[in-house]
Design a protein around this ligand. Structure first.
Ligand code: AMP
Length: 514
């Protein structure tokens, strides 16, 4: 009997919306519809006693059950716990993300049958800790995460496919340099890529993991709330359900302002009602600094790639927030070029992930892949060293940011005393010279150095970034071949045992339609 090959499935796990895509029988990406009949699922979780509700129904509950709602859990990845309790209990953000992925898995399996292998996307600017947390969320949801891929890279792959860069006849259109500007619900990424000869090469990447459409919503919430305070000396933001309602109203108003020049936002609190008119110009003014931050990062990225706007063939818009007219206006002013809207901002990332999944599946099956992706690391990798002069801790960079991946670097540490049996290396990611301002990847400890080593024995620690930005470490006594056993302790990461129990728990408490 012929075995049916597993479907190539890619998941865009967004801060505010998520999407699943697979390749159809002709190898074209298609977005799968969720149980509610929509192409995207709000990344919102309601924990209501023993019931967990994900998506549209959870969003509706924002007006009544805000204290039991987790939204934007993706922003908390890399922290031990989600920033607020839900029903009196704390949850790691991986578990909340795991629940969202579990709903996406169940809904899509209802259409395409059982599968477990997936590719999940992450913002290019995610550090190593957040990348691991995303893979862990996939594990909790019952998936086998074959790989994680950067969102702008995925969008560029989808664009490349659409533009005919992966023609089966092997022909390739002319090489192009594209700038992917990806403004989603909670994160901002900008990546400069070169596409050509079936190769997708990231030249530079930058971003902000705490900047997205949600911040634009918050500005409207604050604007309405301040008007309310002026009129009634009451702040509607202080009551969670009123805030939840206002957030929904403001997100809606923001969308309206992408299509119309003005809108009205209603706000009711403690028996008082108010209608607040907002024009598109006013909205632009109150959010100008947020847009300026993206413009600054865009210019920096172009510079890091050693390019000017003349070198850029296309500016690709990805992420729902690029529908705000101010975004394309700003980019056009900056570059003198009209941005490209040829890929669907909501679907391109999931489509690219599905294409990448098919590439991996064909590689596993021993076939040659249809295209290649080359990325760069988005943060410098370093270890904590002691400054010789000041004797204070400082970051010693081993792999600077924007280095092509995969890559490796080694550092020699010397034992301090004779017969020293252990060493500890603290690994960080970031651009700051002071380690406490960097992201703490973890502590690498070697506990069983061979006995009898003299003082000053060189110990070689080799750091390796895989193509997807995940880190592995190899430790040896310099000049020997034997790898020494070591352990990386991650402060804000779940242990394998915790992951297993969350995986079991999430499978027992599946998301329900309320
Ligand atoms: P994504 O993470 O790419 O799904 O983007 C979701 C974000 O896009 C959310 O913050 C939405 O509010 C925002 N968004 C979606 N449609 C529009 C629109 N028409 N105008 C402005 N923002 C939008």
């Amino acid at each position: 009997m012929n075995q049916v090959p597993p479907p190539a499935v890619g998941i865009d796990l967004g801060t505010t919306f998520s999407a699943v895509a697979r390749l159809d029988d002709l190898g074209r990406p298609e977005t799968l519809i969720n149980a509610e009949g929509d192409k995207t699922t709000p990344s919102v979780v309601l924990v209501d006693g023993n019931e967990v509700v994900i998506g549209k129904e959870a969003v509706k509950a924002m007006a009544t059950d805000m204290i039991a709602i987790a939204e934007c859990a993706k922003r908390d990845l890399g922290h031990r716990m989600f920033h607020k309790q839900l029903g009196g209990r704390q949850y790691p953000p991986e578990a909340l993300q795991g629940w969202i992925l579990n709903k996406l898995r169940l809904d899509s399996q209802a259409q395409i049958g059982d599968y477990s292998k997936v590719v999940v996307t992450v913002p290019a600017y995610f550090d190593e800790v957040r990348r691991k947390a995303t893979q862990d969320a996939g594990y909790i949801a019952g998936f086998e995460v074959m790989d994680i891929i950067n969102e702008p890279t995925a969008a560029a792959v989808a664009f490349g496919f659409q533009q005919g860069y992966m023609q089966p006849d092997g022909s390739t259109p002319k090489e192009k340099k594209i700038l992917v500007y990806d403004l989603g619900g909670g994160t901002f990424d900008v990546t400069v890529m070169q596409i050509g000869g079936r190769e997708f090469v990231a030249l530079a990447t930058d971003g902000d993991v705490r900047l997205g459409g949600r911040d634009w919503d918050q500005r409207l919430v604050d604007y309405v709330a301040e008007d309310f305070i002026r009129k009634f000396s009451l702040d509607p933001r202080e009551e969670p359900n009123t805030l939840g309602r206002l957030l929904r109203e403001c997100e809606d108003a923001k969308r309206t302002l992408s299509a119309r020049k003005k809108t009205t936002i209603a706000c009711d609190y403690q028996g008082h009602s108010m209608r607040c008119d907002v024009s598109r110009d006013q909205f632009h003014q109150m959010t100008q600094d947020l847009l300026d931050r993206t413009a600054f990062t865009t210019r920096q990225t172009l510079k890091a790639a050693n390019l000017t706007w003349d070198d850029i063939d296309r500016i690709l818009l990805v992420g729902g927030s690029t529908r705000m007219p101010a975004v394309s206006e700003m980019l056009e002013k900056l570059s003198g070029k009209a941005p490209d809207r040829s890929v669907s901002p909501d679907e391109a990332v999931a489509h690219g992930a599905a294409l990448h999944a098919s590439l991996l599946l064909s590689r596993f099956a021993g076939q040659s892949p249809a295209f290649r992706i080359k990325n760069v690391n988005s943060h410098s990798l370093g270890v904590v060293a002691t400054d010789r002069e000041t004797k204070r801790p400082r970051t010693a960079v081993l792999i600077p940011r924007n280095t092509p991946l995969p890559c490796a670097a080694k550092r020699i540490f010397k034992t301090q005393k004779a017969n020293q049996r252990s060493i500890l290396v603290q690994i960080v990611e970031g651009e700051s010279g002071s380690p406490e301002d960097c992201s703490q990847v973890g502590k690498c400890s070697v506990r069983d150095l061979p006995a009898g080593l003299p003082a000053q024995t060189p110990i070689e620690v080799r750091f390796h970034y895989a193509a997807n930005g995940r880190l592995t470490v190899i430790v040896r006594v310099e000049g020997t071949e034997t790898e020494l056993k070591h352990e990386i302790t991650r402060e804000n990461s779940l242990s394998q045992q915790q992951l297993n129990s969350w995986r079991e728990y999430v499978s027992q408490v599946p998301p329900t339609a309320k």
